[in-house]
Design a protein around this ligand. Sequence first.
Ligand code: NAP
Length: 343
Amino acid sequence: MSQQAGRKFNVAVAGATGAVGGAMLEVLERRDFPVGELRLLASPRSVGRKLSFRGKEHTVQLLDKDAFAGIDIALFSAGGDRSLEFAPAAAAAGAVVVDNSSAFRMDPEVPLVVPEVNPHAIVQYKNKGIIANPNCSTIQMLVALKPIHDVARIKRIVVSTYQAVSGSGAEAIAELENQVRAWVEGKPLPREVYPHQIAFNCLPHIDAFLDTGYSKEEMKMVNETRKMFEDDTIGITATTVRVPVFYGHSESVNIETEKKIGAAEARELLASAPGVQVVDEPALARYPLALDSAGKFETLVGRIREDESIANGLNLWVVADNILKGAALNTVQIAEIVGRDYL
Ligand code: NAP
């Protein structure tokens, strides 16, 4: 199966007016995706708004069950409830859905895909017409860990995240900006999105807490990693933290492997791994930074060093643009494979 040369695909973007939806349009442009018709969908609030794509204005239409006739690929980023309500309708209308929300990620019939990790799973979209995009924190961690897992088998992962506010959407980006401005002006800080002030603060609280004390975000990292590595025996423990950064999630990742792998070998493996850029010259103060990751497609990996407290352990610092590789880029990469190999 392969895409006919020059074939174009009719693409719908559900949630086109959001932080991720806007980035999807940017990525479709930057990667020269063969878009035929483009249908931009959002809530009644945005109907009639104009968004630009490849220099042409497109009018936002209502996201509803009838919005998908004639669409080949539907990219969803309008929240989990909208995905649950409208993704099956899009699939029934003949579109292949790539969904950014958590709605279908753990559905055993829906493939959960990072193209650098498990592209072979995409074929399972035929079950329900839906492919799930993993959580942003999981995506970048697995892009960095897959090459190591392939040669040394990872037994255990301990990860702490430092996640940008853009992961909570356009309103959260505005909240950080407004709090910083109010602080500079000596005014009371507005607070709507987060339970505490996010400016000049770190919140160890992403998504709701479960009875176990873990947050849902932390358990996404556990469950999604096991699903994509196709290994339920990997031990994973996560602490996810929101930090006052606009774009770019950072992660401290500690792994224990079955087979010994040294820092130099890991660095070499990662240097040739797809989607990875090694930035690891600490003596020159060169290491992955959130600010440097913003706008980039690659996952940056550095501070690669052996964990001296165990026999087979490594530490890594992993940074990526959460809106690009963590969401829009990964979605478009999946759509590229669907178009090339399956439609
Ligand atoms: P956002 O900036 O708040 O945008 C939300 C989008 O959803 C807007 O386009 C909004 O349209 C639309 N929407 C909201 N309610 C709607 C409704 N009732 N009917 C139709 N459209 C509706 O949020 P975001 O950051 O882009 O995130 C959007 C989705 O992507 C969420 O599901 C989020 O969980 C997911 N996401 C996933 C990752 C990841 O981990 N892979 C990363 C970031 C986000 P209006 O402008 O008309 O309100």
